[in-house]
Ligand binder design. Structure first.
Ligand code: 4AD
Ligand code: MG
Length: 430
């Protein structure tokens, strides 16, 4: 019977066939240990010379890394293996013999691995990270569906920019100019006025000349937008959402977290509520921590965020940033118009900002003022003003960067390992 490695627990004591690749191998005169993978998981196949045909044993001993095959054998429990099972192989049918697979079990440099990303994805560590990414996506849909949100898909090709014009990817759109979306937010605001609570999940593009462990050129964002919700209520949704994905990963990715050597004690306490500090308090905190140069009005860089995050063992919201350093659409604070009703959520352990969000300006006149100040004109932006013309309501939303969240939960240092095919400043291939 054909099965997958993920399903072997249902077949203890039975003989099954698995389509698999050889990840690694050890053999002696009498026995060969095959590390098999089939995409759903990893399992050890034991080939004993005494128990199989001589040609099967010779085939097993000569198998090369990443060769593909159908392996048949009996599933037994094995407490020594992290997976808990092994296969006592009785037969092997070779499908394809791989020659000179470039990624050997020895250490390789990052650039070499990145050049071979199409193959590197097969490794145990990368497999675990992709499974965690998948779990975060699955939990995201579960959370927002349970909370009554509707999934809405904003366009990728757009005429308007949500987050400023410096980082746009330009492309021709017949005779017009278009951009690749930096954020679906403006469209999600329109969708919230039609459907109440909405969320999107899709790729976004930023031509940022940043070469850091936190920046990708193409990254995926989850963007919820909620009508009749103020900033405070939005923070509650954010902390509940983030807690839900962390607890889902802890629950459903035990094997993967173990493979990655992730210290899960640092994740277990990630439950709502999260601490909140204002931008003003953050400035004071940074000065206390020896950042003497930082002045009120400046944006925070990675070292600042890391220093603030170190003060807490949960993600921390930094609220009410100066309007000058934030996007045009953010609602001013009612008593202090120089700051806006916004928050960045900073992950623990130095993984940086994982969410940016705010209440949006709902007053038409104020939005028109902002348009003037930021030089936003033409049909690309006109429709967004109209949302304030017909039954405008207080509304809030946020964007969670998927890759930074995957990096944090997986405990991997750099976001390049959190997306199947990273687009980086100097990398468009593979
Ligand atoms: O803070 P940002 O720029 O916010 C927005 O785009 C809002 N329009 C979202 C909204 O309110 N609907 O980006 C949101 C998040 C960041 O907190 C970060 O996690 C991630 O997107 N992000 C990046 N991730 C990887 N590489 C980059 N270059 C990123 N830029 C932002
Ligand atoms: Mg931001």
């Amino acid at each position: 019977m054909k099965t997958t490695i993920s399903q072997v627990p249902e077949h203890i004591g039975e003989s099954v066939t698995i389509g698999a690749w050889l990840a690694n191998k050890r053999s002696s005169g009498k026995i060969a240990f095959l590390q098999l993978r089939d995409g759903t998981g990893f399992i050890q196949g034991v080939v004993a010379k005494a128990d199989v045909a001589e040609e099967t044993f010779q085939l097993a001993k000569g198998l090369t890394q990443e060769s593909s095959m159908y392996v048949t054998g009996k599933i037994v429990e094995d407490t020594r293996s992290p997976f808990g099972y092994e296969m006592q192989v009785s037969d092997i049918e070779l499908i394809h013999e791989a020659k000179d697979y470039p990624i050997t079990p020895k250490e390789h440099g990052t650039e070499f691995l990145m050049d071979h990303r199409h193959l590197w994805l097969r490794s145990k560590k990368q497999h675990a990270v992709m499974k965690i990414r998948n779990e975060i996506i699955r939990a995201t849909y579960q959370f927002f569906n349970q909370q009554g949100f509707v999934k809405v898909d904003p366009p990728i090709l757009t005429g308007s920019s949500a987050e400023g014009t410096t980082e746009l990817f330009h492309t021709k759109y017949f005779d017009e100019e278009a951009y690749l979306s930096q954020s679906g937010q403006l469209y999600m605001e329109a969708a919230a006025m039609a459907l109440g609570k909405v969320f999107s999940f899709g790729p976004t593009f930023r031509a940022e000349k940043s070469k850091t462990r936190r920046h990708l050129i193409e990254f995926w964002m989850i963007e919820p937008e909620m009508a009749f919700m103020d900033h405070e209520e939005s923070l509650e949704v954010q902390e509940q959402y983030v807690s839900f994905i962390v607890q889902s990963v802890l629950e459903n990715c035990k094997l993967e977290l173990n493979t990655l050597g992730r210290d899960t004690t640092k994740l277990e306490n990630i439950t709502a509520p999260f601490p909140r500090i204002s931008y003003d308090e953050a400035i004071d905190l940074l000065k206390d921590k020896g950042f003497d140069d930082i002045e009120w009005g400046e944006d925070f860089g990675a070292p600042h965020e890391t220093a603030i995050a170190e003060t807490y063992d949960k993600p921390v919201f930094i609220t009410n940033y100066p309007a000058e350093i934030k996007a045009f659409y953010m609602q001013p604070h009612p008593e202090r118009p120089e700051v806006v009703l916004c928050a960045d959520l900073i992950a623990p352990e130095g993984y940086g900002e994982i969410i940016g969000g705010s209440q949006r300006i709902d007053d038409l006149e104020l939005m028109e003022e902002r348009y003037e100040k930021h030089g936003l004109t033409g049909p690309a932006y006109q429709w967004y003003l109209e949302l304030r013309q017909y039954g405008s309501v207080p509304h809030s939303g946020f964007g969670l960067g998927l890759e930074r969240t995957v990096a944090w939960l997986s405990g991997v240092e750099h976001v390049r390992e959190t997306i199947p095919f990273p687009r980086l400043l100097n990398r468009l291939y593979p």
